[in-house]
Design a protein around this ligand. Structure first.
Ligand code: PEP
Length: 247
């Protein structure tokens, strides 16, 4: 039985004060219905790790470097994140692919760097609206999965998040049927990749998940939780999504 996981992606939002207040509300609620992790910006990670120490809330980063260390100004190595106390890292988010030109090869290198550092990667895949309208959605996500995972030395702790680009931050959500269809497809593709236990891997859905659509998405048999952007910045909304995941 796969345990539900709900991950907050706070993107480039927040201040020390807002992180303290948001984490204070989450920690006070001590959600246990599902596994929970928060992914603040790099500069708030150490604050979040300290606040969440000893709690059931894990902390992850939103990105990491492909390199283990070296002359990469502005980059943050996966080992630095692990050393700080992070447990997870998001790789291949569509905003990284779109605004920073990240290719599948770079995402694969980041994923390998994360695993080598002992972090559990959250690999994001998803098609654009144009790709879906052209009937290419399944081929696109299969290529992203294979591109990132084939040849990986180890896939310990890997979680895959299906995030249709057209649904991220837009208020548009894939219907439970659309999301389930893609999650079932992801499991089929994952089953062909060496080193992956497709039946056990948590598959998250991401794309405008809100309290009012979470329960219907989580009813789908292959949706094991969510990667939540906008709604994760409001404690009550995020906690309501976590509650729905564990129901
Ligand atoms: C995300 O950025 O991963 C995301 C799913 O954002 P939102 O929930 O705001 O669509």
């Amino acid at each position: 039985m796969r345990r539900s996981l709900v991950v907050a992606n706070w993107k480039m939002h927040g201040s020390r004060a807002s992180v303290e207040s948001l984490l204070g509300e989450l920690l006070a609620a001590a959600p246990t219905a599902a596994d929970v992790a928060v992914c603040p910006s790099f500069v708030h990670l150490s604050q979040a790790v300290a606040a969440c120490a000893g709690s059931a809330i894990g902390v992850g980063a939103q990105d990491c470097s492909h390199a283990a260390s070296g002359a990469y100004t502005g980059e943050v190595a996966a080992a630095m994140l692990a050393d700080l106390g992070c447990e997870r890292v998001i790789v291949g988010h569509s905003e990284r692919r779109q605004y920073h030109g990240e290719s599948d090869a770079l995402v694969a290198a980041k994923l390998n760097a994360a695993v080598a550092a002992g972090l559990a990667p959250i690999l994001c895949v998803g098609e654009t609206r144009e790709q879906r309208e052209a009937g290419e959605a399944q081929a696109v996500v299969a290529a992203q999965l294979r591109g990132a995972l084939e040849g990986a030395a180890s896939l310990d702790g890997l979680v895959v998040a299906y995030e249709p680009v057209w649904a991220i931050g837009t208020g548009l959500t894939a219907t439970p049927g659309q999301a389930q269809e893609m999650h079932a497809w992801l499991r089929e593709v994952l089953a062909e990749i060496p080193g992956v236990d497709a039946g056990q891997m948590p598959l998250l859905y991401g794309g405008s998940v809100k309290p009012d659509n979470a329960a219907s998405l989580f009813e789908a048999p292959d949706i094991d939780g969510a990667l939540v952007g906008g709604a994760s910045l409001v404690a009550g909304e995020f906690l309501s999504i976590v509650g729905a995941a564990g129901a």
